[in-house]
Ligand binder design. Structure first.
Ligand code: FES
Length: 130
């Protein structure tokens, strides 16, 4: 187990960055992880075509919370087009730990929510099937 990576993950879990809500956000999207029922919500504020403020809220395991916290730092100041280019591999690299296949949904839930919000998607088709 990578100790530094684990420490960093726990730090984001125990002291999540940008946790809370925004007044009058421009983009709001909320989604659950169907395998555990945990739910996260992202709120984004835009200015000059960039994400000027971001908050997340909701409950989830250490991996999903840390991933959400790190993602808020990653996307703040970015354009929506830039956010659309963030992929699964970047998030896994950002987490800095080996994530087991069982926990991939936890790690990637925040990115999924942010992307849905940024793309203006209203729901993920077929989500109830798994
Ligand atoms: Fe629910 Fe990880 S166990 S998001």
């Amino acid at each position: 187990m990578d100790e530094l990576g684990m420490e960093r993950l726990l730090d984001h879990y125990q002291d999540p960055r940008n946790y809370g809500h925004l007044d009058d956000p421009d983009i709001v999207y909320e989604e659950g992880n169907p395998s555990c029922g945990d739910q996260l919500r992202f709120e984004l504020k835009l200015a000059d075509n960039r994400i000027s403020e971001v908050r997340f809220s909701g409950k989830g395991c250490a991996i999903s919370q840390a991933s959400a916290s790190m993602l808020t730092e990653r996307i703040k100041g970015q354009t929506l087009e830039e956010v659309k280019t963030i992929d699964k591999d970047e998030v896994l690299e950002m987490l800095g730990l080996e994530i087991s296949p069982m926990r991939l949904k936890c790690a990637l839930l925040p990115l999924k929510i942010v992307k849905a919000g940024v793309y203006g998607i209203k729901g993920w088709p077929g989500e109830d099937e798994d």
